[in-house]
Design a binder for this molecule. Structure first.
Ligand code: AMP
Length: 175
């Protein structure tokens, strides 16, 4: 089963980036080309029915599979980055995360009105980051057709914060 294979490749790093956080390190998965491809295929399979016009990936671990998914579906990939990284005119949104606060940005012309966007990241914790991305999408008059994550830390109930944007919350691995 894919979920078990992925779990075996995720490394728990205790007290990173600060005390009390168990960081789910997904980088060992990337060393396994077969598993990396299987994950991309599983995302595509689960996302197809949502008919997204674009995949919006959140820096930086949301880029790993975000680009693969977009390529496989034949649709554009839109990067959302931390403040100050994107070179052109941007729109931004500030939010709280599991540890501290942050601000994310997107190019102002990356998403057009009426576009159906699927938001992707590696991991759903409190939902603050994905919610901020959803706010960016909505501010441009576009639609959030769903969210996809490799990992959902279900005990943090992040999906509760995403439901106002979309009920389509895909996750391949749940803790
Ligand atoms: P949140 O906004 O609380 O849902 O946090 C999600 C973002 O923070 C994602 O981009 C994750 O990569 C990162 N993140 C939060 N908590 C963890 C964790 N325990 N392990 C790995 N990444 C995390």
């Amino acid at each position: 089963m894919l979920e078990n294979k992925v779990k075996e490749s995720i490394r728990d790093v205790v007290d990173f980036p600060k005390e009390g956080i168990v960081f789910k390190d997904i980088t060992p998965i990337l060393e396994n080309t077969v598993l990396t491809a299987e994950i991309a295929d599983a995302f595509v399979e689960r996302s197809k029915s949502l008919k997204p016009d674009a995949i919006l990936g959140i820096e930086s671990r949301g880029f790993f599979w975000g680009i693969l998914i977009a390529q496989k579906m034949g649709i554009p990939f839109i990067p959302v980055r931390k403040k100050g990284k994107l070179p052109y005119k941007t729109i931004s949104y500030k939010y709280d995360l599991e540890y501290g606060s942050a601000e994310i940005e997107m190019h102002e012309d990356a998403v057009s009105k009426g576009m159906n966007v699927l938001i992707h990241d590696d991991l759903l914790a409190t939902g603050g980051t994905a919610m901020a991305a959803a706010e960016l999408v909505k501010s441009q008059g576009a639609n959030v057709v769903g969210f996809s994550f490799l990992v959902n830390l279900t005990f943090l109930k992040g999906d509760q914060r995403l439901l106002p944007y979309s009920h389509q919350i895909i996750s391949l691995v749940n803790y």
